[in-house]
Design a protein around this ligand. Structure first.
Ligand SMILES: N[C@@H](CCC(=O)N[C@@H](CS)C(=O)NCC(=O)O)C(=O)O
Length: 218
């Protein structure tokens, strides 16, 4: 499979982590979002929405929307499972994932920030306040739940889709200098994930298109 991605796109970062947890290696095809490559005809042929990630299967089928891609991975490669076993547990677990995928991330996407700074004439300071607000609100709702997991992961001994969503969102928060001191359980869970190979190899600073000044050794 091929993954159309940008090194610091958090939606693409999710898919890289899940691919690695499932033991699948993908050829990474960088799409430079800063240079606007997502808006070009070539990329829009793969995803008319003009957003990464796109996962292209070996028969050339293009899948978009990170959560749809993650669900497809889970259905086609069931082991290791990235959701809990029972339907009720899965529903509760998906709700936690949706905190991030539906209620935090879309408000802080590049095109939203650009719209605030462009047509809405907002200052950088106002945009940074917007960014921090939605992350802080979302993380506050998750902190208590995650604190209840102690020193484990969302699936007990193993990470699952929740960590697939959380780790990229925390990377984003740090990139925009959002204070995370009020969320020790989230920060510690992120640190535990950082010791796992799948999370290490998926990190934005270890990608083919990572700028030299950010690059970390694999
Ligand atoms: N809901 C989509 C969001 C995808 C998305 O927002 N991708 C961002 C990068 S994280 C993007 O391509 N942004 C390009 C732009 O805003 O122009 C998903 O989960 O795949």
């Amino acid at each position: 499979v091929r993954l159309y991605a940008y090194y610091r796109s958090s939606a693409a970062y999710r898919v890289r982590i899940a691919l690695a947890l499932k033991g699948l290696s993908a050829e990474i095809r960088p799409v430079n979002l800063a240079a606007g490559e997502q808006a070009g005809d070539e990329f829009r042929g793969r995803n008319p929405q003009g957003l990464v990630p796109v996962l292209e299967t070996d028969d050339g089928t293009c899948l978009s929307q990170s959560v749809a891609i993650l669900e497809w991975l889970e259905e086609t490669i069931p082991e290791p499972a990235l959701y809990p076993a029972s339907a009720l547990d899965r529903a509760r677990y998906r709700a936690l994932c949706q905190h991030i995928a539906s209620d935090i991330h879309p408000l802080n996407n590049l095109r939203v920030l650009r719209y605030l700074g462009g047509p809405m004439s907002q200052s950088k300071e106002a945009i940074d306040t917007w960014y921090a607000h939605w992350i802080t609100l979302g993380f506050s709702a998750l902190e208590g739940e995650v604190a209840g997991w102690g020193t484990g992961f969302s699936l007990g001994d193993d990470p699952g889709m929740f960590e697939v969503m959380l780790v990229p969102q925390l990377y984003n928060a740090r990139r925009f200098a959002v204070a995370t001191d009020a969320f020790p359980a989230l920060v510690e869970l992120d640190a535990r994930c950082a010791t796992i190979d799948a999370f290490r190899t998926a990190h934005p600073h270890r990608q083919p298109d990572t700028p030299e000044e950010l690059r970390e050794a694999s």
